[in-house]
Design a protein around this ligand. Structure first.
Ligand code: ATP
Length: 320
């Protein structure tokens, strides 16, 4: 199969190397960012195929996005280069050791111009990837990028459902992109096709428009076979028809929380492709999430299969 196939926007990412206001940074680091491509990289590192579908600009940032993904062996054969708009940009400022500020320059970007035509007729590279996927993964970011991107997500989910491909959705609410009402309007119609739903505790309340978690879980549990709630340093919870599973977090020295959610989702989906039990998937997800928080970068610290045991090594361990 094509493994985990995902679509969304990947951008160039500038980051400050040390804490402080960005305007005083002596230089910036350059990398790529994007929730969906992070998941694709995470799944690939764990040994399963993955593919990323999206648009980049006809510029150096766009070439960098595709090159990095190719270097991670993520299939980008269905990605498109848009000559009419630039690649989006994200700037990550480490304002204090504990507070990160992220600024986006993505409105009108190539990535936000994704449209149903990019997935086009059956037989197109993207449509073929989706039909061959073990799982289609989408997020709540993409539909809020533009009306055409929202249509593209709906179209992709429709293609997956028609081919009997499971659909994973991470709420991934970005307040800069839309209100909770806009998020609900974009995501609730997708839920009948969704098989794995990932949400943080606050996102769960937003999506269900509920006052408390019990009410939110009640509203969503019957809509999706697997509802996974991410709880940061408190681990995660999985709600299925069979009941509730709780998994504590793996204790680590947390350096950077950004990207933990994507790493977690990658671990969960890789577990699904492994054919492991729900409890094993949840355990792998918490382990990969913990890996991500223990490294300053969004995705470069994502573990390979044989690195998974490193996190349980005692402090000061040297491996030779
Ligand atoms: P993101 O910042 O990427 O949006 P998120 O809010 O989607 O993250 P979190 O709940 O912060 O997701 O983290 C996802 C998972 O990563 C958690 O469920 C947990 O398993 C793991 N994790 C997060 N923070 C920590 C931590 N401090 N220590 C250990 N594990 C953690």
């Amino acid at each position: 199969t094509a493994g985990v196939v995902t679509l969304g926007e990947s951008m160039a990412a500038l980051g400050s190397p040390a804490p402080g206001p960005l305007r005083h940074a002596p230089h910036l680091t350059l990398s790529i960012a994007g929730a969906e491509s992070n998941v694709a990289i995470g799944v690939r590192r764990l040994g399963h195929p993955s593919a990323w579908i999206g648009r980049v600009g006809a510029d150096e940032f766009g070439r960098m996005v595709l090159e990095r993904l190719r270097a991670e062996q993520v299939d980008v054969s269905a990605a498109r280069t848009d000559p009419a708009a630039p690649t989006g940009l994200l700037v990550k400022e480490q304002r204090t050791p504990d507070v990160t500020r992220v600024q986006y320059y993505r409105s009108g970007s190539a990535g936000s111009r994704l449209c149903p035509d990019d997935l086009a007729a059956p037989g197109s590279p993207a449509a073929r990837l989706i039909a061959d996927a073990a799982v289609l993964h989408v997020t709540g970011i993409t539909p809020l990028l533009s009306p055409t991107a929202a249509d593209a997500v709906r179209h992709a989910v429709g293609l997956a459902a028609a081919a009997g491909v499971p659909v994973s959705l991470d709420v991934n609410h970005r307040t800069a992109l839309g209100t909770p009402a806009q998020l609900r309007a974009a995501l609730l119609p997708l839920l009948p096709q969704v098989t794995q739903l990932f949400a943080g505790e606050e996102e769960l309340l937003l999506l269900a428009d509920a006052e408390d978690e019990a009410e939110a879980v009640n509203r969503l549990r019957d809509a999706v076979p697997e509802l996974v709630v991410k709880r940061g340093a408190d681990g995660a919870t999985l709600h299925t028809a069979a009941g509730v599973l709780r998994q504590p977090a793996v204790p680590v020295r947390a350096v950077d929380p950004v990207g933990a959610g994507d790493a977690f989702t990658a671990g969960y989906l890789a577990g699904l492709l492994d054919g492991s039990t729900p409890a094993e998937r949840l355990r792998l997800a918490c382990l990969t999430g913990a890996f991500a928080v223990s490294v300053a970068s969004d995705w470069s610290g994502l573990p390979t299969r044989d690195e998974l045991r490193l996190l349980t090594a005692p402090p000061g361990t040297t491996l030779r």
